[in-house]
Design a protein around this ligand. Structure first.
Ligand SMILES: C[S@@+](CC[C@H](N)C(=O)[O-])C[C@H]1O[C@@H](n2cnc3c(N)ncnc32)[C@H](O)[C@@H]1O
Length: 277
């Protein structure tokens, strides 16, 4: 019975995704447990309950309406960590793992480094850094309450401190000092990008995506207002979007940063801009 339901779901999902088998499996794990295949083989799922069938149909309908799988299952993996996600917070992208790699390199030689992650969302960057550098002191900053709630939950018992504050407000920047590293994956889509979002991205909060008319508002602000929060020799590492390499390098240069460079991601695209105070 359950196997038949599984293949029916694979067939329905094949209309909206390129990996219907994987997605059906994730949905089945959510409804029947991670070991649903084992249970199925041992006959324990021969008669799914009414509530299991209802839950399955509800999740299937949400996915078929275009809602991202990550929101439906409520969690996603980033840098080997299982993170809670829900509507109101950006789904961590694999590309952002590059920001973590570069950041870990920047603090590699510093004992007990102090790190601040701006625009933290789920806290994926802050948590990944803390997981690889348990000796670091990491703070994650996020403005929007719905995202902040998820951030707090993900950071519980991780040792990462959280702050609910506006990263664009100079006063907040002035309350930090002597940091070794500031990281951020800020909103960086421009007005044109926002008009042509893929259906699934349309479910994610606009406040996590829109970086102003030309997509560069956060880089301009961060380059100026967060410099004072770093110790001399400290670094800023910023994820950037397509076509932003030159503009962000220029912004950092004009604000007085040195040793500016842009690191590519695994696909060879410019992905992380770095500057040094
Ligand atoms: C592109 S998302 C990145 C989230 C997370 N760091 C990641 O990589 O998945 C940008 C995040 O910045 C937050 N944000 C937007 N404006 C902000 C502001 N003025 N101050 C602090 N956080 C802000 C959004 O709520 C969102 O969580």
């Amino acid at each position: 019975m359950v196997k038949k339901l599984f293949f029916e779901l694979v067939s329905r999902l094949s209309e909206i995704t390129e990996d219907p088998r994987f997605e059906a499996d994730v949905i089945f794990q959510t409804v029947f447990g991670r070991d649903w295949r084992v249970k199925e083989l041992s006959g324990k799922l021969a008669e799914p309950t009414e509530s299991e069938l209802e839950a399955l149909e509800k999740l299937a309908k949400r996915r078929l309406s275009g809602e991202p799988l990550q929101y439906i299952v409520g969690e996603w993996e980033f840098y080997g960590l299982g993170l809670k996600v829900s509507q109101g917070v950006l789904i961590p992208r694999q590309d952002t793992e590059r920001l973590v790699d570069v950041s870990l390199g920047l603090i590699g030689d510093i004992p007990r480094p102090c790190v601040l992650d701006l625009c933290s969302g789920t806290g994926c960057v802050a948590l990944a850094i803390k997981s690889r550098r348990p000796d670091s002191e990491v703070t994650a900053l996020e403005l929007y309450p719905e995202a902040y709630e998820v951030l707090q939950e993900n950071c519980r018992e991780s040792g990462v401190m959280t702050v609910c504050a506006d990263a664009l407000d100079k006063k907040n920047a002035e309350s930090f000092s002597e940091l070794d590293l500031i990281t951020a994956n800020p909103p960086y889509l421009d007005a044109g990008d926002m008009k042509s979002l893929q259906r699934e991205v349309g479910f994610e909060p606009k406040t996590a995506l829109y970086g102003g008319e030309d997509g560069l508002d956060f880089y301009r602000a961060f380059a100026k207002i967060w410099r004072g929060a770093l110790r001399v020799g400290g670094y800023i590492a910023l994820e950037i979007g397509t076509g932003q390499k030159e503009a962000v390098s220029l912004i950092l240069g004009e604000a007085g940063w040195r040793e500016i460079r842009v690191e590519n991601d695994l696909a060879g695209k410019p992905r992380v801009a770095v500057g040094r105070k």
